[in-house]
Design a protein around this ligand. Structure first.
Ligand SMILES: Nc1ncnc2c1ncn2[C@@H]1O[C@H](COP(=O)(O)OP(=O)(O)O)[C@@H](O)[C@H]1O
Ligand SMILES: [Mg+2]
Length: 251
């Protein structure tokens, strides 16, 4: 099975608001897929549906081969979800946070798991300090590390770098690449075009309830006329593609 996430015709409305109006896409196993959209586009709504926290009105979706509506427990066993607001306990040290989660999941050798994750996320030195003393980037990295305990094959990162300063964003990007390098499937949402450019194997733009495009960055760039040669040649950035496509679709 090479498809980790399959979304087909998913619709979702809130009173007076059709947020998702038939969303379709697939994410191949072991790849990073970025769902790009403005604030309010419906990214979190879709993630919540895929994480079984919210029911779709229509359509279907499966994650790791399990139907989100019919097999929610199997889906939850297959995923981790890290939201925009870190779930770290500030009173505990980084290491204690990790050990706590490993214990809650009834895993053997929680201390070894914690130390391994601290190393993978470059938090070994900080591991003994209370999380309250961590920078934004460190806290988000710890949060992602916590979500990986138990090695879920599919990881949802909902706006993993929103609110972080540029340096902290780079730290989180490194952590995401590390994840992808280990074969985990990552679905991340972002409002930042450069984030999608740097991290994603494929990028989909969610706009007005539908997926406008879904392709590699190289292919998305081709949607615009080739770079013009004036004094300097400038490749269209993903931002150019995004703005051109979303402008076209706005009534
Ligand atoms: N529980 C809810 N009840 C009513 N409206 C909601 C609810 N959740 C989200 N919305 C609305 O749905 C739209 C999409 O929200 P969301 O999925 O959070 O967007 P994004 O994550 O892309 O910023 C927004 O207009 C938001 O206000
Ligand atoms: Mg959101």
């Amino acid at each position: 099975m090479t498809t980790a996430i399959r979304v087909s015709g998913v619709t979702k409305s809130f009173p007076g608001l059709d947020v998702l109006r038939g969303v379709d896409f697939e994410v191949a196993r072991g790849t990073v897929f970025a769902l790009l959209g403005s604030n309010g586009a419906g990214k979190t709504t879709l993630i919540k549906i895929l994480a079984t926290l919210l029911k779709a009105d229509g359509g279907s979706a499966d994650v790791n081969g399990f139907d989100v509506a019919g097999q929610p427990a199997k889906v939850r066993d297959s995923i981790s979800l890290t939201g925009q607001f870190a779930a770290v306990d500030e009173i505990l040290t980084g290491r204690e946070n990790l050990i706590l989660v490993a214990r809650l999941r009834h895993l053997p050798e929680p201390k070894a798991i914690a130390d391994d994750l601290l190393r993978r996320f470059s938090l070994t030195e900080a591991g003994g300090r209370r999380a309250a003393t961590y920078s934004g980037g460190m806290r988000r990295r710890l949060d992602i590390a916590m979500s990986l305990i138990g090695n879920p094959p599919v990881v949802f990162l909902d706006e993993p770098t929103t609110g972080l300063d540029p340096e902290a964003r780079l730290e989180v990007w490194r952590a995401v690449r590390e994840l992808a390098g280990q074969g985990t499937t990552v679905l991340l949402t972002t409002q930042y075009l450069d984030e999608a450019e740097h991290l994603a194997d494929r990028i989909a733009i969610l706009h007005q309830g539908r997926i406008l495009v879904n392709d590699t960055l190289a292919e998305l760039r081709k949607l615009l006329p080739p770079a013009e040669v004036e004094y300097v040649e400038k490749q269209p950035t993903l931002e150019d593609v995004f703005l051109a496509l979303t402008a076209k679709d706005t009534p």
